[in-house]
Design a protein. Sequence first.
Length: 182
Amino acid sequence: MPESTFWETATHWPAASAELIKQNCETAFFKIPSLREQFVSEWETPDLDSNKNFQQLTFLLAGYIPGYIFDRATIPEIKANTYLMAKAKGEDFFPFLVIDNSRWDGLPLVNAIGAGGEIGYSTGYGVVRYLLPDEITRILNGLVALGEQGFQSRYLREADRDEPISLINWAEEEILEWLTDY
């Protein structure tokens, strides 16, 4: 946002492009007005350093672990979807954007990390992906519907299981706060 103190240092576009983006940012980026204040306040948050925790984030957002999609940790709702299971053979991610009203907890499953088309080259964290504007909108709406409380609820429910997935260090008290910050 132009009023953010970090606007000048965060933009790397030629001056004319930056000015055009400043003028159009309200309509282009804030179709959901309630996000405006949150975006401006979080502009100062450092870049996401997932610390290779994208698997934990994907599990809590989408119900499966990338690279282990046929593992016991994948929620039954996804395993029962024969279309998704067939499309996922040989892949690290399931091919869906959002599954509304999941049977897991009534909240959406949001495939924010593994969705999108593949560009074709790998960075060490998997193949680079891109999202089309309507896909970004669907994922954003899914994340808004899930919300921080829903995300935390998923974490706490898994932590209380007799055998929670071993991917998350449940003894580390700060992990929920860290995961929720992003």
